[in-house]
Design a protein around this ligand. Structure first.
Ligand SMILES: [Zn+2]
Length: 137
């Protein structure tokens, strides 16, 4: 089930674990691509430098906050003419340094344009207060 859900976000992803903790759904995901193209020169590389984890918020599911733990690879670029020695894996669904998926940001944007800016900001503020209160319980 979670495999199918995550493929809706990006077909090259797989879900390695899924758990519900407090009011959050936490999905650990990673790319199944073996080779990644250097964003600077376009050369493919399969040589992994290191691996790290990014925490990205996605659209809520069943009214629960959804967190994606995204395994991200840092790769070597083996093209001698390239000015970069390494590059980080990039994904279409989130900006390189983003903390939220693009579809979540679009949803927030739609919400804020539908409502007046005052009611949108109070709605978002309430949500943030609620999630802060829950974290402190
Ligand atoms: Zn390169």
């Amino acid at each position: 089930m979670e495999q199918q859900l995550i493929k809706l976000l990006d077909n090259s992803l797989e879900c390695t674990s899924c758990k519900i903790k407090n009011n959050q759904i936490i999905l650990a995901i990673q790319s199944v691509k073996e080779k990644l193209s250097c964003p600077y020169c376009g050369c493919p590389s399969a040589r992994v430098h290191s691996v790290y984890e990014r925490e990205i918020q996605d659209i809520p599911f069943q009214d629960k906050q959804t967190i994606l733990l995204l395994t991200t690879r840092k790769m070597f670029c083996d093209n001698l003419d390239c000015t970069f020695k390494t590059f980080s894996e990039r994904f279409d669904f989130v900006n390189p340094k983003g903390k939220k998926t693009i579809r979540l940001m679009e949803k927030i944007l739609v919400t804020s344009t539908k409502l007046s800016s005052v009611s949108a900001s109070s709605l978002l503020k309430n949500r943030i207060c609620q999630s802060l209160q829950k974290q402190h319980l």
